[in-house]
Design a protein around this ligand. Structure first.
Ligand SMILES: [Zn+2]
Length: 386
């Protein structure tokens, strides 16, 4: 199979000229991010706003009112999607043990679970939570990973379908109206700001924000039977409405700080960081549970010039954990590092040859970002401290 050059600019509506935010390390190539005329990104604006302007006591009162509205005596009153990672664990633990809710936690299985991820999920459940684990048909999961890698340049897409839709299925099946996610990624990390001042997420935005415009049913035209696609899909809009399903972001009610969530989950839910840093970045405690997600970050580096270190440093700068110069040094050191540890396993899992993999990768290198040199591919405009 030939992999024709992708028009990345058009597909993701990217600016042709690369610019970096003056305050963090994010570039204007992140889809849907907005830069102001002073060169500051929307995520940095929101970060200043949330630390200086939001009345968090008032927001906590809103949270308690919401909980009171949904509280049930002898039944689950909310759903918390949680993989056993630091963020969902923080949300579930706060809701249950600080705000007296009775959450049902819901996990969509990683594509290829890691040992540390399994241990953390086990520790989380053992720290006092009921959990439903959704594990889809392994054959279909691999086929979808194959197709998503070939046609979307994102092996992680099947996981994202389930992660987004499975909690809604459980909400409808169990008649639970309230779903609690952690942060609104669009607002916290740069993207669509329309929900910056709202605690809820519109279900109709899912295709646009999380599925690159292509929902699970798209793959039927590549031969995946409808019944096998079902587990990845949301319930019907009618069922969601009839259940009066509401999706809320915990980050609207409580200041969201991933590093603080990490300390909290170590303390309260038995979370363990990895013994070594994740490939492509310097951190040891975020996105640990799937062998495939390194490839999701790697494709982001290829498509947008934004690797895992760029994403990690950008929010750690906003959270005042590191300086911008420290962030830039880390990017120079780790961003775009090839995820070699799980490469062979990924190829076998997705039934893609090494040669095909590299052809797919190169088909997503946009000329406005990449230059082919005698030493291999180089970013035309890497971030620099001046
Ligand atoms: Zn910024």
């Amino acid at each position: 199979m030939n992999f024709p050059k992708q028009n990345v600019i058009k597909k993701y509506n990217l600016p042709k000229e690369v610019k970096f935010c003056k305050l963090c390390t994010m570039s204007n190539q992140r889809p849907r991010i907005i830069f102001d005329d002073k060169g500051i990104c929307s995520a940095c604006h929101y970060s200043v706003f949330k630390r200086k302007k939001i009345d968090w006591d008032k927001r906590e009162k809103e949270l308690i009112e919401l909980c009171d509205k949904h509280r049930k005596k002898n039944d689950y009153d909310c759903i918390v999607p949680c993989s056993g990672g630091k963020d969902g664990s923080f949300v579930a633990h706060q809701l249950k043990y600080k705000y007296g809710m009775n959450p049902l936690t819901v996990t969509w299985s990683p594509l290829k679970p890691t040992e540390i991820g399994r241990i953390n999920l086990e520790n989380f459940v053992n720290s006092g939570f009921d959990n439903i684990l959704g594990k889809p048909n392994g054959k279909i999961n691999r086929q979808l990973t194959h197709l998503a890698t070939k046609f979307l340049g994102d092996p992680f897409q099947p996981f994202i379908y389930g992660q987004t839709n499975f909690p809604m299925q459980i909400a409808v099946k169990y008649g639970i109206k309230l779903i609690f996610y952690g942060e609104n990624g669009e607002v916290e990390y740069g993207g669509d700001m329309k929900n910056a001042f709202s605690p809820t997420r519109e279900i109709m935005d899912h295709d646009k924000h999380y599925f690159s415009g292509l929902g699970p049913y798209y793959w039927m035209k590549h031969g995946i039977p409808e019944q096998d696609i079902k587990p990845y899909c949301s319930p019907s809009y009618k069922d969601i409405k009839e259940n009066e399903t509401e999706i809320h972001f915990f980050g609207y009610y409580k200041l969201w700080d991933p590093q603080e969530n990490f300390y909290y989950s170590v303390e309260n839910t038995g979370f363990k960081p990895n013994s070594e840093r994740s490939e492509g970045t310097y951190s040891k405690y975020a996105s640990l549970d799937d062998m495939i997600d390194g490839f999701h970050y790697y494709f982001s580096y290829i498509k947008f010039g934004i690797g895992r270190t760029t994403s990690d440093t950008a929010h750690e700068i906003r959270d005042n954990k590191i300086t911008r110069d420290e962030g830039i040094s880390l990017i120079e050191k780790y961003d775009g590092e090839f995820p070699k540890k799980y490469h062979q396993g990924f190829l076998e899992f997705s039934d893609i040859s090494d040669e095909e993999f590299h052809e797919i990768v190169d088909s997503w290198r946009s000329d406005h970002l990449w230059l082919q040199t005698s030493n291999g591919w180089k970013l035309r405009n890497p971030i620099s401290s001046n």
